[in-house]
Write a protein that binds this ligand. Structure first.
Ligand code: COA
Length: 194
């Protein structure tokens, strides 16, 4: 089974319509992150198809109309570590993924992470789950520094990174904000806090 590694989970019922807003969240964890494998190809293509132009542009820093083939191949084959978010509670979400975090190996000991959440699921904590998961995975694999490149007006990712990696250094480069997370320090702080 390709998605055997469950790295984290949170209790989250998923997006609800206003008429369902008072429904109690399920008692068991619903949203989990799993390592990506070949079985996720169609679910990832579907995630891309459901994503708005704004979300695609924020993730890829350009308006793409198709999932970049090389990137897809690299995450499906494990050449780039990657995690997806799945909902394990609601039957209608079976087989779907609604978030992807991945990391491109860069210079020795460094990897560039990126994350992207289905529009309907943004603002529910899934990005936080996936970024924590990919940083943890990189730290376990011995990566020393995780780099994130974000547009200055992308407040959601800036807040997310500022909250889960407050020790990250940030600099401006070519109109973008580049954050560097020192992973041994980050992992030690996570262990101390848990
Ligand atoms: C950025 C992104 C990954 C965040 O994931 P998410 O699941 O929506 O984020 P979370 O729910 O975990 O919350 C992260 C923070 O951003 C805030 N947030 C979420 N959506 C927001 C929005 N549209 N505008 C402003 N803030 C937002 C949350 O309130 C939270 O802030 P807090 O910690 O101060 O409460 C997601 O919005 C996304 O996929 N955006 C498009 C692609 C992208 O920008 N990728 C990052 C490029 S590296």
């Amino acid at each position: 089974m390709v998605n055997a590694l469950q790295v984290s989970e949170l209790t989250l019922p998923g997006p609800v319509s206003p008429s369902q807003a008072t429904a109690a969240p399920p008692a068991k964890p619903c949203v989990i992150s799993c390592e990506v494998g070949p079985a996720y190809r169609q679910a990832l293509l579907d995630l891309f198809a459901r994503s708005s132009p704004d979300t695609r542009r924020s993730r890829f820093h350009q308006a793409l109309s198709v999932f970049p083939q090389r990137y897809l191949d690299e995450i499906l084959t494990g050449r780039q570590p990657a995690l997806v978010a799945r909902d394990t509670c609601q039957e209608e979400n079976h087989g779907k993924v609604f978030g992807l975090a991945s990391a491109t190996p860069a210079a020795l000991g460094t990897a560039e992470f990126a994350v992207w959440i289905d529009d309907a699921w943004q603002g529910h904590g899934v990005g936080t789950l996936l970024v924590r998961g990919i940083l943890r995975l990189l730290a376990e694999q011995g990566t020393h520094t995780a780099i994130g490149i974000m547009e200055p007006d992308n407040l959601a990712i800036r807040r997310l990174v500022g909250r889960i990696a407050p020790g990250a250094a940030a600099r401006f480069e070519d109109g973008m904000i580049v954050v560097s997370v020192p992973l041994p320090d980050w992992a030690a702080a996570q262990s101390a806090g848990s």
